[in-house]
Design a protein around this ligand. Structure first.
Ligand SMILES: Cc1cc2nc3c(=O)[nH]c(=O)nc-3n(C[C@H](O)[C@H](O)[C@H](O)COP(=O)(O)OP(=O)(O)OC[C@H]3O[C@@H](n4cnc5c(N)ncnc54)[C@H](O)[C@@H]3O)c2cc1C
Length: 451
């Protein structure tokens, strides 16, 4: 039987290892952690095989799409901890700034082998192709931020959770082992440190990047693996038992808040899965979200080259929205009024306020938030683009495969047709009266006013 780790590995550039290589290089990009990281373990394995030290390189791209003080601060807090852990594991962690493939290719000229982790968004795939072309040696990619590697359960875009669910469950049992932590045999002390950026002062470093400072630090979220694990422990202790019934409650919340940590690869989804399953509570609903829905999103992006375009929506949804494109929107708002939270809907304004200030929104409120934008903007395509823009600008977990799949869900992806109505056509709607019926929504509004 193929070992689970083997199915996570893809050869991006087939070559003999560089004979005169001075180290094995792990270009860390997506799996930003030192533990439960199959790419790191693969690189450690190669370092021992070659009798070489291991260099871990992370390149911060100041021009990363929608990168802001909020996103960079969270990511760098995490990397600061990862850097220290990598050092404890016996490798050297180097941090540089610039266009990642350029710097990785430069450093790779002295590497025997290059290992990297896997990303699914268009630019992340392109970066890896550039590295494969320019590294001049063997390049491997290891897929560690999904539980089941994306190509294993199915070779096509799945239309809904119900179609991917049985396939994921069938494949799952082959992928439930975390890679063992390998002891690195050769010291990294000889490796040059001269160009490395220091992470002593994260705030100053982020300021030096010149990124969008209008989206400030998310006050409730500190980045890093230990913080992710701490949240997971609290969730298992206090919330998992309520998750099945309480997941949708936007006021009395029993959710994990782990999405930013998953997005930046600060925690392994497999580690979460293992701990949730052994927690002796009913974990089915949580697994439905963290495995089925999350990996349905990865499946969508992987199989859909234009995953961020209105044209990627299912045909029935595009047709029905086109059919109703001229319906009168009452009221209707501009993108600016929306971003400022200046609508006549106090629930929606409260949601916009929460995401602007905290970088997070409960799933049910995200659904409501997106559905209302579709109802208010004069063009469905423009509404789609505005939803995606605000999503990726403000959410700490934005710019994720989940961002694209879920914004598209607002517009009909992974869903079915509903009874036809004005503006929305056959696309599912959500209304303020629904929120009022289900939750103490005024308590939610009051809470956001204090943020
Ligand atoms: C309009 C809209 C936009 C969204 N944008 C994003 C986004 O940019 N980034 C993002 O990560 N998620 C997004 N989601 C999905 C979901 O709302 C968040 O993942 C979830 O709210 C994160 O909070 P949590 O970690 O406390 O979730 P929990 O309920 O604790 O769930 C645990 C994990 O399961 C996964 N998950 C939960 N709900 C979903 C879902 N509906 N679909 C897929 N995976 C899910 C997430 O990885 C989450 O961290 C969006 C949903 C909607 C409706």
């Amino acid at each position: 039987m193929v070992h689970a780790l083997d199915s996570r590995i893809r050869i991006l550039k087939s070559s003999k290892p560089r004979q005169e290589g001075a180290f094995v290089l792990y270009w860390m990009q997506h799996s930003q952690r030192a533990e439960a990281n199959p790419a790191f373990e693969r690189a450690a394995y190669w370092a021992n095989e070659c009798g070489l030290p291991l260099l871990v390189l992370f390149v911060v791209d100041p021009n990363y799409p929608d990168g802001s003080v909020r996103h960079f601060t969270f990511m760098l807090e995490g990397l600061k901890e990862t850097m220290a852990e990598i050092g404890r594991r016996g490798a050297h962690f180097a941090l540089r700034t610039g266009h990642p493939p350029d710097i990785v290719c430069q450093v790779a000229q002295d590497a025997a082998i290059v290992v990297t982790d896997r990303g699914y968004l268009r630019h992340l795939v392109a970066w890896r192709e550039e590295v494969a072309d320019g590294a001049g040696t063997l390049v491997e990619e290891v897929e560690g931020d999904v539980i089941v590697p994306v190509a294993e359960p199915t070779d096509k875009m799945e239309t809904a959770a119900r179609t991917i669910r049985p396939k994921l469950h069938k494949t799952l049992k082959r992928f439930l082992e975390l890679p063992p932590a390998i002891t690195i045999k050769t010291s990294a002390k000889s490796l040059p440190h001269k160009d490395d950026v220091s992470l002593g002062d994260v705030e100053a470093f982020v300021a030096s990047l010149g990124c969008d400072a209008s989206v400030g630090v998310a006050p409730g979220f500190k980045g890093g693996t230990s913080e992710a694990r701490h949240r997971l422990t609290n969730f298992l202790r206090n919330d998992l038992k309520h998750y099945g019934e309480g997941r949708a409650d936007i006021v009395d919340r029993h959710v994990s808040h782990l999405s930013p940590y998953l997005h930046f690869g600060q925690i392994s989804p497999l580690e979460i899965y293992q701990k949730v399953v052994s927690a002796k509570a009913n974990s089915d609903s949580f697994i439905e979200e963290m495995l089925i829905r999350r990996e349905l999103g990865v499946n969508f992006v992987y199989h859909t080259p234009n995953y961020d375009a209105f044209e990627a929506l299912p045909e029935w949804a595009q047709d029905t929205l086109a059919h109703h494109a001229k319906d009168k929107r009452e009221p209707s708002y501009s993108a600016r009024e929306l971003e400022d939270g200046k609508t006549d809907d106090p629930y929606w304004n409260a949601a916009m306020r929460e995401m602007r200030v905290t970088g997070y929104l409960h799933n049910h409120m995200r659904m409501y938030w997106g559905k209302r934008i579709l109802g208010w903007m004069t063009s469905p395509k423009r509404a789609f683009e505005t939803t995606l823009h605000l999503n990726n600008k403000y959410f700490l977990d934005g710019r994720d495969t989940n961002s694209y799949a879920n914004v598209a869900w607002i517009y009909g992806l992974h869903d079915r047709g509903w009874p036809e109505r004005d503006v929305y056509g056959k696309v599912r709607t959500m209304t303020p009266s629904g929120l009022k019926r289900k939750f103490d929504i005024d308590a939610y509004v009051r809470w956001t006013e204090q943020l």
